[in-house]
Design a protein around this ligand. Structure first.
Ligand SMILES: Cc1cc2nc3c(=O)[nH]c(=O)nc-3n(C[C@H](O)[C@H](O)[C@H](O)COP(=O)(O)OP(=O)(O)OC[C@H]3O[C@@H](n4cnc5c(N)ncnc54)[C@H](O)[C@@H]3O)c2cc1C
Length: 499
């Protein structure tokens, strides 16, 4: 039995021998950090879930050999209602993926957003394949819930936009961090240990080694956790890639793997739009899905080990043809010579451009919906603006945490702009979809509390209580001085060695 504070892994299996084998395998590897608990039927499992919540512990992972049914809801749905960050695995026997009924059940549960994935039960001990699956689940859970002390602490007020910006930069850059409200005991302890006596008005970042950054700029923050912002002395490269979203990172990996000297310039954080995606399910090779920031981190490391250089928190502002190639100008006043440029500048979110709402950016109005924004939305009525896949994904992610989620769409439906699997999941998760509607105003006392909606057909306007608003409507926009392009290559073929 676990201690009160220990997070729990719950095993639900009817066959006592199978259950004992799984529990034994989990205890061998995880008992020091997790309570391993078990149940043999749906009712016992439901009671166990309620008990875990009642004693203030967290359910990190539930492994069940069936979806179960308690009061008309599956065990997996019940677990997530109690524990929004829980990971859920459907236990199967080896080879059972060929069983049509099992396959249909798994696909339908995943389609409804009630299951993360299936887990083949251990067949021998130790079963490293089983443990790989479990470890991945636990890593995702820990990243999502952020319970344990982290390398970096951001101490700043929740409603302060700069607090949100700093956290967003760290989260999208894949830097584990904890966030503390300045007036809490935990923040005071952390500040005192770092030698800060006062309660700060502006955000403070405390690094693992005790360094204190007072309201740092983006470049200062990036440098503090070991990223390079400099272009180097007398900078030149074979290829300059502008933008470190998935497109730019892919260009960097392939160019560097061919032995070319590559410099990737990124003005915000690696991953681009993908960095704010909670779960990308349709990227080849990641059958369970992968968070955008994790995908970006892997691509970043891949480019790095091929020797690509990065200039983080730097904006390319112009380019021109030089005598033997091109020159890319990087703000404030650097330049780099190169033989080819890859423009991978992607798209930027369309700003809401609604009087009364812009002031709440970072204080209830967010562009995107990562784990960090979700923390703000816990228990609040939330609106997601947009009809595309990113809006659908944001709505599904926030539905785990918010009291209610309503998707606001200017058009008359989702079918033309959103993938069917997301439309199905929205319906299954009870996300309300309102069509032919637009946001025309909003307000609140320091943080967003309400929004004003206009019916595009009748012109009627209504105010709605709103604890958070995620804007997921993007448009293609190239940077100043550059052609409008998501990914374009400027220059000719770049061979391995200059000729
Ligand atoms: C919430 C969300 C969920 C999504 N989910 C999915 C999904 O499940 N499946 C899927 O296939 N796609 C998904 N997408 C879309 C996917 O993320 C994009 O298609 C992809 O990120 C495009 O990559 P990109 O590199 O072309 O551009 P971007 O990701 O837009 O990256 C462009 C980068 O360039 C940088 N930049 C721009 N101008 C400059 C400049 N002048 N100097 C320096 N840097 C600059 C930006 O800061 C940015 O980092 C999602 C998008 C969002 C927002």
């Amino acid at each position: 039995m676990s201690s009160v504070a220990q997070p729990v892994i719950l095993v639900v299996a009817r066959d006592p021998r199978v259950r004992a084998a799984i529990v034994a395998e989990l205890e061998r590897r995880y008992a020091a950090d997790y309570g391993i608990e078990q149940a043999d039927d749906d009712a016992a499992a439901a009671t166990r879930i309620d008990d875990i919540a009642a004693r203030g512990a967290h359910l990190a992972l539930i492994l069940a050999d069936r979806a179960g049914d308690v009061d008309g809801r599956s065990l997996f749905a019940r677990a997530r209602t109690r524990f929004p960050d829980v990971r859920r695995g459907r236990l199967i026997e080896w080879g059972q993926w060929g069983d049509a009924a099992v396959r249909d059940e798994i696909l339908s549960l995943m389609g409804a957003g009630e299951l993360e994935y299936y887990v083949i039960r251990p067949w021998h001990s130790p079963d490293e394949y089983f443990h790989r699956t479990i470890t991945e689940f636990l890593l995702e859970w820990e990243r999502s819930i952020g319970l344990r002390p982290r390398e970096v602490a951001v101490i700043g007020r929740a409603g302060l936009p700069r607090t949100h910006e700093l956290r967003s930069l760290l989260a999208r850059g894949g830097v584990p961090h904890e966030w503390l409200e300045p007036e809490t005991d935990a923040a005071r302890t952390r500040l005192a240990a770092a030698g800060v006596g006062e309660v700060p008005d502006r955000p403070i970042v405390v690094m693992l080694d005790g360094r204190v950054l007072r309201d740092p700029g983006n470049a200062e923050l990036a440098e503090a956790y070991g990223l390079t912002t400099s272009l180097g002395d007398d900078p030149s490269a074979d290829v300059v890639v502008v933008g470190a979203g998935p497109g730019g990172l892919a260009a960097g990996v392939y160019a560097a793997s061919e032995g070319l000297e590559v410099l990737i310039v990124e003005r915000e954080s690696i991953g681009g739009q993908a960095g704010s995606s909670s779960l990308i399910r349709n990227y080849l090779g990641f059958s369970r899905g992968i968070s955008g920031s994790e995908l970006a981190q892997r691509a970043y490391q891949q480019a790095w080990v091929f020797g690509a250089r990065f200039a983080h928190a730097r904006e390319a502002v112009a380019m021109e043809a030089g005598e033997s190639g091109f020159v890319v100008h990087v703000a404030p006043e650097d330049a780099i010579r190169c033989r080819a440029i890859v423009l991978a500048t992607g798209v930027s979110y369309r700003r809401l451009d609604v009087a009364g709402l812009e002031a709440f950016e970072g204080a209830g109005v967010y562009y995107g919906a990562s784990a960090m924004e979700a923390q703000w939305m816990v228990g609040r009525p939330v609106f997601v603006i947009g009809g595309g896949n990113s809006a659908g994904q944001a709505a599904l992610h926030l539905a785990r945490y918010a009291a209610s989620v309503t998707l606001l769409v200017r058009g008359s439906g989702l079918a033309e702009s959103m993938s069917q699997y997301l439309i199905d999941q929205l319906a299954a998760q009870g996300v309300e979809v309102r069509t032919r509607v637009e946001v025309v105003g909003g307000g609140g006392d320091g943080v967003l509390e309400r929004i004003r909606l206009r019916d595009r057909d009748t012109g009627v306007e209504v105010d709605e209580a709103c604890g958070g608003c995620s804007c997921s409507s993007a448009r293609r926009r190239g940077p100043a001085g550059f052609p409008r392009a998501s990914s374009a290559i400027v220059g000719g073929t770049c061979s391995r060695a200059p000729t």
